[in-house]
Design a protein around this ligand. Structure first.
Ligand code: NAD
Length: 291
């Protein structure tokens, strides 16, 4: 099946990146968010990131202009009815995603493929509440979307082969690489990554090391490009906590219990880079550790 028009729900850090790479690859994009402010910020981010590509000689100005012209924005979900493929990338909360699908379904064409960029929620369960579980799957981008090479493609129990193959074709058109994952909590990347981040927070919580010691240890001791706490701030601490809860509930194993310190940061609204403060305080010229 040929995909021409892509609807993206959620214009946050992931949604604007998805709109960016889709438009750059030649797809027409309709970007939706409940917040007009989020849409403005999302488009400004896309412009800034594309401009960086132009300044570095990686993207021609004419291609940037054409890509931006392919993106339209809307606060109204029904406007996504023209899409051949929808990528839902709203807040990582099952009730939010479920409400979006319920509102969206009456406006979709029968052939439209519905996907979610969820980091951890069951694709099979999300799909089962739609009218098209066979045309539903996980389309999981990595952050930052324009930079990261991988897309995890997650088949729900009912996902059919044409749907999978079509999504694989889209990933190839984006110039990215797909990894296929079965639909179990947090899939592959976050099943491995999040327990490591959570353990780094426990290491901080128990006073084994401070923020700088922990991040320096993992960067210089294991050759990770970012320390786990820096990475958690980058991902968003609310997203990290949500994923740990999904692992804990879905696999019913205490080894996945979220660290109380992670919960405390989220309760404080210290969600990382996106709110200006997390394990580091980003409000000055240089990030300063908060513990
Ligand atoms: P974010 O908080 O930056 O953005 C979420 C956006 O969704 C916000 O702009 C919000 O206004 C919007 N939104 C909320 N409810 C909505 C609704 N009903 N309709 C339309 N828009 C709505 O979050 P994010 O980091 O971009 O995460 C989005 C999704 O991507 C989540 O499912 C997350 O698990 C997944 N994801 C995140 C990362 C990461 O590193 N942050 C990586 C891969 C996947």
């Amino acid at each position: 099946m040929e995909i021409r028009k892509v609807g993206v729900v959620g214009a946050g850090q992931m949604g604007n990146g998805i709109a960016h790479v889709m438009a750059a690859a030649g797809f027409d994009v309709v970007l939706n968010d409940i917040s007009a402010d989020a849409l403005d910020k999302g488009v400004a981010t896309i412009q800034k990131n594309m401009q960086r590509g132009v300044d570095r000689g990686k993207l021609a100005q004419v291609d940037m202009d054409a890509a931006l012209a392919r993106i339209s924005t809307t606060t109204k979900l029904p406007d996504l009815g023209i899409a051949d493929l929808v990528v839902e990338s709203a807040t990582e909360r099952e009730t939010v995603k479920q409400a979006i699908f319920e509102d969206l379904l009456p406006h979709l064409q029968p052939h439209t493929i519905l996907t979610s960029n969820t980091s951890s929620i069951s694709i099979t369960r999300l799909a089962s509440r739609t009218d098209r579980p066979e045309k539903f799957m996980g389309f999981h981008f990595m952050n930052p979307v324009p930079v990261m090479q991988l897309v995890e493609l997650i088949r729900g129990i009912a996902t059919d082969k044409p749907t999978y193959d079509t999504c694989l074709g889209v990933v190839e058109k984006l110039g990215k690489t797909a990894a296929s994952s079965e639909d179990f909590p947090a899939f592959i990347v976050n099943r491995i990554l999040m327990p490591m981040i959570n353990e780094a927070v426990y290491t901080l919580y128990e006073g084994v090391g401070g923020v700088i010691s922990i991040d320096t240890s993992m960067k210089l001791g294991t050759n990770h490009p970012m320390g786990p706490l820096e990475l958690a701030d980058f991902i968003g601490l609310d997203t990290c906590l949500a994923i740990m809860n999904v692992l804990h509930d879905g696999l019913a194993d205490t080894k996945y219990r979220p660290c109380p310190l992670l919960t405390k940061y989220v309760e404080a609204g210290w969600l990382g880079r996106k709110t200006g403060r997390g394990f580091y305080d980003y409000r000055g010229d240089e990030p300063v550790p908060t513990r």
